[in-house]
Design a protein around this ligand. Structure first.
Ligand code: GLY
Length: 358
């Protein structure tokens, strides 16, 4: 076993993200000696793995499992209430802990439960998808959806550790890995061009969880996120750059009733943002082409139907990330140089959309 890589998130409530294989021991270490009871929150698809984790932790802790629905269906107040009930009936105290064991929806929900039970108990995030490892589980955003929209209820709540164990990726469908790589590529575009070089050199190797290149890409992406959230935990400023491709991407996810993978939607969103930057003279043709080549080499979509623009624009205006009445887009002044484009004219947005319309 190679040594895990330790990527620090600094700030008031700093913690490490550990990347490697065979990291079950690191979960026990992160829980620490003061914890007696642990609730592992997991989706049904990870039932057998959650049982193995329970067995591995069982000699040091009293471990309970809470099975929650797969995907977005986990992020409901009824599911949080179910977890609170398990914690309450099992007499969890403030010195006990929650483990989020699953993809982004699971770690969002588990984080919310940990943040709210007794006003906050220890949380260890164990993401089992690429998306979770490079984005959702890192940075302390936790939350649930309401009938009015996604992530409207939640908190910023730092975990004690994030354990990114590639052993969990072995059974992940290839499509999930590629969709997660949209977030990895995003980190390349906004801050870590080495990721883009690695994907361009060999997209198959870069996305093969057994390769050195994959590990390097994932570590670079985590380092970008760690750096940004260390500086701006509560998204008062720089953290907004992580929303590259997300303004249109979220509108596409909404239009597709959340049946699309997040990575597919933000892939189109990044090409749109690149076209927008080109139209305002910030990005050259070559950098825009690079977006299409890299995201295309990952098998991600680059276009969206022409007739959907009015709906997407209306959704973007409602999106919580559009502050006040002004739409805001993260665009690039060049690869690795993100900036904010505030309140672009509708005509400009429409022109950019024409470039990605199918
Ligand atoms: N997923 C973007 C963020 O954590 O800020």
């Amino acid at each position: 076993m190679t040594e895990p890589t330790r990527i620090p998130v600094t700030g008031e409530n700093g913690y490490d993200v550990l990347v490697g294989r065979g990291l079950t021991g690191a979960i026990a270490e992160a829980l620490g000696s003061g914890v007696r009871k642990v609730l592992i929150v997991h989706p049904p698809t990870l039932g057998a793995r959650a049982e193995s984790l329970r067995a591995a932790l069982g000699d040091r802790f009293e471990v309970l499992l809470a099975e929650i629905p797969d995907g977005e269906a986990a992020k409901r107040v009824e599911v949080a209430a179910f977890c609170w009930q398990v914690l309450g009936q099992s007499d969890f105290t403030r010195s006990d802990a929650v483990i989020g064991f699953g993809g982004g929806s699971t770690t969002d929900l588990a984080g919310f439960v940990a943040a709210t039970w007794l006003r906050g108990v220890k949380l260890v995030q164990v993401p089992t998808s690429v998306l979770g490892m490079v984005d959702a589980a890192v940075g302390g955003k936790t939350g649930i959806n309401t009938a009015e929209g996604k992530n409207l209820v939640g908190s910023f709540y730092a975990p004690s550790a994030v354990i990114a164990d590639f052993d969990h990726l072995e059974t992940l469908p290839r499509n999930e890995i590629l969709a997660g790589f949209a977030e990895v590529a995003k980190c390349g575009f906004i801050a870590a061009p080495e990721i883009l070089d690695l994907i361009e050199a060999d997209a198959l190797r870069a996305t093969d969880p057994t390769s050195e290149e994959f590990r390097r890409c994932v570590e670079l992406a985590i380092a970008v996120k760690a750096d940004v959230v260390s500086e701006d935990f509560t998204e008062a400023g720089r953290r907004e750059i992580l929303n590259y491709g997300h303004t249109l991407g979220h509108a596409i996810e909404h239009a597709e009733r959340y049946q699309w993978r997040h990575g597919a939607a933000i892939s189109i969103g990044m090409v749109f943002a690149a076209e927008l930057a080109r139209l305002v003279g910030r990005l050259d043709d070559a950098a825009v082409d690079r977006h299409r080549e890299i995201l295309g080499s990952l098998g991600l979509p680059l276009e969206y139907p022409a007739g959907r623009w009015a709906t997407l624009l209306a959704t973007m205006r409602r999106d919580k990330k559009a502050r006040g009445s002004m739409l805001r887009f993260i665009v690039l002044d060049g690869i690795g140089k993100p900036t904010v484009l505030q309140g672009p004219e509708d005509q400009l947005l429409y022109a950019a959309y024409q470039e990605i319309a199918s």
